[in-house]
Design a protein around this ligand. Structure first.
Ligand SMILES: *[C@@H]1O[C@H](CO)[C@@H](O)[C@H](O)[C@H]1NC(C)=O
Ligand SMILES: *[C@@H]1O[C@H](CO)[C@@H](O)[C@H](O)[C@H]1NC(C)=O
Ligand SMILES: *[C@@H]1O[C@H](CO)[C@@H](O)[C@H](O)[C@H]1NC(C)=O
Ligand SMILES: *[C@@H]1O[C@H](CO)[C@@H](O)[C@H](O)[C@H]1NC(C)=O
Ligand SMILES: *[C@@H]1O[C@H](CO)[C@@H](O)[C@H](O)[C@H]1NC(C)=O
Ligand SMILES: *[C@@H]1O[C@H](CO)[C@@H](O)[C@H](O)[C@H]1NC(C)=O
Ligand SMILES: *[C@@H]1O[C@H](CO)[C@@H](O)[C@H](O)[C@H]1NC(C)=O
Length: 329
């Protein structure tokens, strides 16, 4: 009798210890959706841990909310995955992070079912072979703070609606085949002002003056066919730190531009920028500077960090001279 009481109480203690784990079990609807996703991707080896015998909160590539057992992150990274992004990803309603990255055989368009994921804060579909447009429907994901669609085969223009994303900290659309102009609306981000990475596309036209209304921190517009003047990103009261405008067709007079104290990296190489290097450059703490292959003239201001750089940061200009280039005549 005593012995059976001991056994029963042991079982009760054991079960009560297990309860927190039992309550964390994966949500059955989410598990069902994950099996559909696995099937839709052709049961790839990368998802071998997705087995009925294992609680789905224990699977690789998945993260569960410990309190609710709902899937909050799906990260499929660097594996032999072929096919399209399964439409069923839209049926994981508590997803905050969705990543498909470094999957060269992932093709097709970004599915509109993604708009059902209203809790999404990070969407990263990069280094894949996704094609089609950067969809304007992504602006419905109002909680996004990180949007990375870099290194794909995306075509078409940049949707102006992305400027309505008030929590966006970074927008990576670099290394695609995007065309057309940078949207005027990108000067109207309310809330956070995102870092903009638009390099290695085929963007054309003048950068809208409206972008000068905001305080950007990082801008990378390099390797496009952009034209006009980009001096609105600068000025004594601006907060820009990293600015890469290299390899475009920018054409403006640099002489009167005031660079803010926040600037640490400035790349203007391969443009049509003329005038002279402003003396205020000597007051900055520059880690990187490259103004080569432009149409600059006059003496390189002497002092600050400017002589720390080598001649390759200054060469191939119209008549720039003085250390580290040869002396002015
Ligand atoms: C991509 O698909 C091709 C053809 O099926 C295959 O040969 C290749 O190994 C795959 N590569 C990766 C990284 O999945
Ligand atoms: C990727 O998977 C395909 C089809 O299953 C296979 O033919 C190919 O060898 C795999 N490639 C690699 C790099 O594992
Ligand atoms: C994926 O992209 C690479 C590089 O852009 C290309 O060589 C390859 O053929 C593409 N693969 C598929 C399956 O589209
Ligand atoms: C930009 O930053 C400066 C310095 O912090 C500040 O004075 C100015 O009001 C800011 N401008 C905008 C549009 O936020
Ligand atoms: C820049 O800031 C100074 C003082 O910090 C202020 O007097 C000036 O009006 C500001 N200029 C602009 C364009 O905001
Ligand atoms: C550039 O601007 C400076 C200062 O306003 C002026 O002296 C110079 O002539 C201009 N350069 C050219 C090539 O227009
Ligand atoms: C500056 O840019 C030019 C042109 O692209 C390049 O040749 C040079 O190596 C660059 N210098 C540095 C230090 O990056």
């Amino acid at each position: 009798m005593k012995k059976s009481i001991f056994i029963i109480s042991t079982i009760i203690i054991f079960l009560s210890l297990l309860t927190p784990f039992l309550s964390q079990r994966c949500n059955k609807n989410d598990e069902k959706v994950l099996f559909q996703i696995k099937k839709s991707l052709g049961n790839p080896y990368l998802l071998a841990s997705w087995q009925k015998t294992l609680d789905c909160c224990e699977w690789y590539n998945i993260e569960c909310d410990p309190n609710t057992g709902r899937i909050i992150a799906l990260t499929i990274f660097s594996g032999n995955i072929s096919g399209q992004i399964p439409r069923q990803v839209g049926d994981l309603p508590y997803l905050q992070t969705l990543v498909f990255r470094k999957l060269t055989n992932l093709t097709g368009e970004i599915p509109s079912e993604i708009t059902k994921l209203t809790h999404l804060t990070m969407l990263r579909l990069s280094w894949t072979n996704l094609s089609g447009p950067v969809p304007s429907f992504l602006s419905q994901l109002t909680n996004l703070d990180f949007l990375d669609l870099a290194f794909n085969d995306l075509t078409g223009t940049i949707p102006p609606e992305l400027a309505t994303l008030t929590k966006l900290n970074a927008l990576h659309l670099d290394r695609n085949k995007l065309t057309g102009a940078i949207p005027e609306s990108f000067g109207t981000f309310t809330g956070t002002v995102p870092d903009l990475y638009l390099s290695h596309n085929q963007l054309t036209g003048d950068v809208p003056k409206s972008l000068g209304y905001l305080n950007f921190t990082t801008i990378d517009f390099s390797r496009n066919q952009l034209t006009g003047d980009i001096s609105m990103f600068f000025g004594a009261n601006k907060t820009i730190q990293i600015a890469d405008f290299s390899r475009n067709n920018f054409l403006f007079n640099l002489s009167e531009v005031v660079f803010p104290a926040s600037l640490t990296s400035l790349d203007l190489n391969h443009n049509k920028i003329y005038g002279s290097l402003p003396g205020t450059l000597t007051g900055l703490s520059l880690q990187y500077l490259n103004v080569s292959y432009n149409r600059l003239c006059g003496k390189i201001p002497q002092g600050g960090d400017l002589q720390k750089f080598s001649n390759t940061e200054y060469f191939h200009n119209r008549c720039l001279c003085g250390s580290p280039l040869p002396a002015c005549s």
